[in-house]
Design a protein around this ligand. Structure first.
Ligand SMILES: NC(=O)c1ccc[n+]([C@@H]2O[C@H](COP(=O)([O-])OP(=O)(O)OC[C@H]3O[C@@H](n4cnc5c(N)ncnc54)[C@H](O)[C@@H]3O)[C@@H](O)[C@H]2O)c1
Length: 402
C-alpha cells in the first residue's frame, strides 16, 4: 500500500484555488511500519546477562521504570533490584495487584501516574513489564496511550505469557464486566522469553499455558502434538524446566514450536483484519463457558473444553477419526486439562455460537480440526450437531461411550 494524499481534482490555472472550484474531499493514506523482536533467553536476571539493559551504553546514567505484580514482586523483586543495581541502572519498581479481577482501568491509571512521577524520557527509557498476561496487558495498554506511544519491553513470567500474551500485538483491560473490552494493538519493542521463570509457577497455571500450546499443535503442527503426547505429563511435572539428569530437554522444542507457530499465524494478520484465524481455534465457545464458570475455570481450561467439543464435532463430520479423538482427549488429561464441563450443553452453547457469529461479522468462521495438525473453517454448524456433540462429550466423560 502506498502512502499519499489525494484530493478532488483542481482545474484552475497553476494549481491554485479557483473561486467556484473548491476542493471538498481529501483521502489520507499512511502506512505504519511495525517491527518488534521476540527472543528466547535463559537466566535473564542472572547478573552476567545484559539482555534487559542491552540498550544501555557503558557509562550512561540510565534509569528504568519496572512494573511487576505483587506475586512477581514477592518472588523476584529482590533479584530484579539487585540486577539493576549491579549494572548501575537506577530503577523504580511499581507493584500492581495480581490476577484477572484487577485487570482494569484503575491499574492502567496507576501505571500512567508512575510514568508521570518517574518523568520518563520516551526516547531513551522503555518501560519494562515483568509478569503474566494480566500484567503485560495492563502495562502495554498504558504504554500505548501514554503520550500516544511509549516504548516498552515485555518479560513474561507465566506460560500463557510466554507462548501467547507475550508474543502478539494486543493490549487491553477488562471493563464494565466485559473481558478485554478496551485495548490497543501495541507490541513491545522487545520481548524476552525466559522459561526459568516457570519454575515457581503452580502446576495449574502450567496446564493453563499448555492448552494454548495444544491449540497450535492441533491446528498446524502434528509433530508438536506428538511431543505433547509423549512428554506432556513430564513437562507439566517439571514445569518445562531442563531435566536435572541432563536428559533430552523436550521443553525447548515444545516452547520453540509453539511460539513459532503462533507468530507464523499472527504476523501476516497482526491487526486481525482477516476474520478467519486458525488461532481462534478453542476460542469459539470458550469465552462464554469461561465467563459463566468464573472463577472456577482458567482461560486455558475453558479453551481445552472448547477444543474437546469441536474435536467431537469434527469426528461427527468425518474430519477426525475416533482414534484421533481418543488421542486428543487423552493428551488433554495428560496435560492436566479438563475436556468436559457441566455447562457444556446446548442451553449455553447455542447462544455462545450466536455471540461468536456476531464478533466474526455475521458468519460462524468456525475452525475445526482436520485430522491432527490441520484445520478447516465451516459456516454451517447446526444446533442439532451441537446437541449431539455435547451429548457424546458428556457420555465420553462419564464413560458411557468409547
Ligand atoms: N494480549 C494478548 O494477546 C493475550 C493473549 C492471551 C492471553 N492474554 C491475557 O492474559 C491473561 C492471562 O495470563 P496469565 O495466565 O499469565 O495470568 P496472570 O497474569 O494473572 O498470572 C497468573 C498468576 O500467576 C502469578 N505469576 C506470574 N508469574 C509467576 C511466576 N513466575 N511464578 C509464580 N507465579 C507467577 C501471577 O501473579 C498471577 O497470580 C488474561 O487476562 C488474558 O486475557 C492476552
Amino acid at each position: 500500500m502506498q502512502s499519499g494524499l489525494q484530493s478532488t481534482e483542481r482545474t484552475g490555472s497553476g494549481g491554485l484555488f479557483t473561486v467556484g472550484n473548491p476542493i471538498t474531499h481529501w483521502s489520507v493514506r499512511a502506512v505504519k511500519q511495525v517491527d518488534y523482536e521476540v527472543r528466547l533467553e535463559e537466566g535473564l536476571l542472572d547478573l552476567g546477562n545484559r539482555a534487559i539493559i542491552e540498550d544501555v551504553a557503558d557509562g550512561d546514567h540510565a534509569r528504568r521504570l519496572v512494573v511487576v505484580d505483587s506475586v512477581v514482586e514477592e518472588l523476584y523483586g529482590a533479584r530484579i533490584r539487585a540486577y539493576f543495581e549491579h549494572h548501575g541502572v537506577e530503577c523504580r519498581v511499581l507493584v500492581l495487584e495480581d490476577g484477572e479481577p484487577a485487570k482494569d482501568l484503575r491499574q492502567v491509571q496507576e501505571v500512567i501516574k508512575s510514568l508521570d512521577g518517574f518523568g520518563i524520557d520516551r526516547r531513551r527509557e522503555p518501560v519494562i513489564a515483568i509478569g503474566g498476561g494480566v500484567l503485560m496487558d495492563i502495562v502495554g495498554f498504558a504504554a500505548s496511550i501514554y503520550r500516544r506511544a511509549t516504548p516498552w519491553i515485555r518479560i513474561p513470567t507465566t506460560l500463557i505469557g510466554l507462548v501467547d500474551a507475550g508474543v502478539g500485538a494486543k493490549t487491553g483491560v477488562n471493563n464494565d464486566g466485559h473481558k478485554n473490552r478496551v485495548g490497543t494493538y501495541f507490541p513491545a519493542d522487545r520481548t524476552l522469553l525466559d522459561r526459568t521463570f516457570l519454575a515457581t509457577l503452580d502446576e495449574r497455571h502450567i496446564s493453563n499455558g499448555l492448552a494454548e500450546i495444544l491449540k497450535i499443535a492441533l491446528i498446524k503442527d502434528e509433530r508438536l502434538f506428538g511431543l505433547l503426547e509423549e512428554h506432556g505429563a513430564r513437562l507439566l511435572a517439571e514445569r518445562l524446566q531442563s531435566p536435572p539428569d541432563g536428559a533430552a530437554d523436550a521443553a525447548v522444542e515444545v516452547v520453540e514450536r509453539a511460539i513459532h507457530g503462533m507468530l507464523e499465524e499472527l504476523q501476516p494478520n497482526l491487526w486481525e483484519k482477516v476474520l478467519e484465524r486458525v488461532v481462534d481455534y478453542g476460542h469459539s465457545f470458550s469465552p462464554v463457558i469461561e465467563m459463566h464458570a468464573l472463577p472456577e475455570l482458567l482461560h486455558g481450561e475453558a479453551v481445552a473444553i472448547d477444543m474437546a467439543l469441536t474435536t467431537v464435532i469434527a469426528e461427527q463430520r468425518g474430519l477426525v477419526t475416533s482414534e484421533e479423538r481418543r488421542r486428543v482427549l487423552s493428551v488433554m488429561t495428560g496435560l492436566g486439562l479438563p475436556s468436559w464441563h457441566e455447562l457444556c450443553t446446548p442451553k449455553l452453547l447455542v447462544p455462545a455460537l450466536r455471540d461468536t457469529v456476531r464478533h466474526r461479522d455475521g458468519q460462524q468462521r468456525l475452525p475445526l480440526p482436520q485430522g491432527i495438525g490441520s484445520a478447516v473453517f465451516v459456516n454451517d454448524l447446526t444446533e442439532n450437531e451441537l446437541e449431539s456433540a455435547s451429548q457424546l462429550l458428556a457420555d465420553l466423560h462419564w464413560g458411557d461411550a468409547r
